[in-house]
Design a protein around this ligand. Sequence first.
Ligand SMILES: Nc1nc2[nH]cnc2c(=O)[nH]1
Ligand SMILES: [Zn+2]
Length: 443
Amino acid sequence: MTSVLYRATLLHTPESPFTHPDALRAHEDGGLLVSGGVIQASGDFAALRAAHPAAPVTDLRGGLLLPGFIDTHVHLPQVRVIGGLGLPLLAWLEGCALPEEARLADDTYARAVARDFLDGLLGAGTTTALVFGSHFASAVDLFFEEAAQVGLRAVAGQVVSDRLLRDELHTTPERAYAEGRALIERWHGVGRALYTVTPRFSLSASEGILDACAALMTEFPDVRFTSHINENVREVEVVRGLFPGARDYLDTYERAGLVNARGVLAHNIHPSDRELGVLAERGCAVSHCPCSNSALGSGFFPLRRHLQAGVPVALGSDVGGGTGFSLLKEGLQAHFMQNLMGEAGAPLTPAHLLYLATRAGAQALGLEAQVGSFLPGQQFDAVHLSPLPGTPWTPCSATRPARNAPWPPPLPPAPRPILRACGSAAGRCGRGLNGPGRPPSRC
Ligand SMILES: Nc1nc2[nH]cnc2c(=O)[nH]1
Ligand SMILES: [Zn+2]
């Protein structure tokens, strides 16, 4: 099979910068040798050219070649309600998201939505996504069809709920099991498609439907699991009331046997230490969706606590609670929010952000052997970020200060004040200002 040598500036993070400070691999004049869609070698272009003089070269210089982005939390039926800002989660679901989700009962509408959604993901450089599907099995079926057409690596499933949403979005445990099983048999492992068992959240899921989800997970041991957790204070309170026997939110999934290394739970803004400990021990990942957390006012994600506990974390756009499909934007927002958290935040460098948008997502989905970096053996899932012709393209030449270097540097000693205010309100004592070196007036 012919190999092709791609020439470009390459960046990837085969290790985690959270544990390996030198994780970023950067090749300004880099090369990727690809054969049959699989990366054979990556590194400096000159060395690869010398070793493979006959390979045809595709020249992609002038931009950046990165591993394709991996969105670990995004809702198919919400592509047309992006940007409904200003409401907290439960009001937003009721007034904005759920009425639109009900429209996917119509297959023609659902297909058009699927196409918009896939355009949005691919346009943002996302090549793999963990997709919250529709409550309607036929809409999920045709989503898989459309995703296969465009080549997205879709890890997706039918969303199931049996209370507190809208009647047309409710199902029963028996039906959820039967429709889930049929979709798994039709799509799981076909081409790039993988199936995800998807109870919407414990607020809308009885113990019966969580058990039906667990039955699918047991019967099909490599389908994935996803849901929401600890996103909004009011939501957490309602869940506590609905599951009086549960220790906390995570326990509602744990008791059903749903928490393991095949799982990705979205948000987790308000976790207890117990929940973080269990997530870490089981290897269940958390999808951090900073634009959604800001838009819905859900709160600040305790990334530092997740990292300290050893919970795997990746990025999600949470369209349409989030503000768009770009994981570059999610990374930037994550950076801003961690900064705003002060001491409680985790400082994020560009290497952390690249990792969170690529390799961390692959690990969360159990796909790290296939995608997420440019290591040999990986699929050539990549995104080429190239400025429009004519755009001034000046690499940033600023040097970063060392991590713990004092900044700002100590100030020079302050000059002695010549005049000091007397200390009375607006200097109304009549003596005005103190002269040089005199103590503040006692007026
Ligand atoms: N952000 C978000 N949280 C949820 N919790 C349950 N459903 C949803 C949803 O659609 N979006
Ligand atoms: Zn969500």
